[in-house]
Design a binder for this molecule. Structure first.
Ligand code: NI
Length: 169
């Protein structure tokens, strides 16, 4: 946070199945794994392309949440499927050590393309929907602190959740 590239709107992916895209995805995957994140967007490693990856086997902050399959999502479009908005705690690899309570659509449909250019869409809810909205916000230059409605619900992870071993995502 503070790097001006994180505030920019990223460009559409126009070429799929290329060595460049594959190298970008590998970099993103390595970074996400090294930092133990649940997702990452290309601008977070300084590449202004509309590419996000995410996936979570199990998240201790959402013990009841369904696992999120590992997904490569290019040029995403999100459509809310209901009016329902839920607050949930979020962290971010670009805002390390902090957590904030962020409102997100509970139910969404998202669509986009995989790394080979194949289109797909999914209807998801809860934690999966939250991760997608968080990552896609990065493509429009939005970090989650801008979405916090009540800034008393923003603080250091180890102060807000003492004794819990939480990861950033
Ligand atoms: Ni993030």
């Amino acid at each position: 946070m503070g790097d001006p590239r994180l505030l920019l709107v990223s460009d559409l992916v126009t070429a799929f199945g290329t060595p460049e895209l594959q190298a970008l995805l590998q970099d993103m995957q390595d970074t996400m794994a090294a930092l133990d994140g649940a997702g990452i967007a290309a601008p977070q490693i300084g590449v202004l392309k509309r590419v996000v990856i995410f996936g979570a086997e199990y998240n201790p902050r959402y013990p009841e949440a369904d696992p999120v399959p590992f997904t490569v999502l290019c040029n995403p479009v999100i459509v809310p499927l209901s009016e329902l908005v839920e607050d949930g705690w979020e962290g971010c690899l670009s805002v390390p050590g902090l957590r904030g309570l962020v409102p997100r659509w509970r139910d969404i449909r998202y669509s986009g393309f995989d790394q080979s250019g194949a289109p797909f869409e999914r209807e998801v809810t809860g934690f999966h929907a939250r991760v997608v909205q968080h990552e896609c916000d990065h493509l429009d230059g939005i970090l989650y602190p801008r979405r916090i409605r009540d800034l008393t619900q923003f603080g250091y992870t180890d102060v807000l959740f003492p004794g819990q071993d939480l990861v950033d995502d």
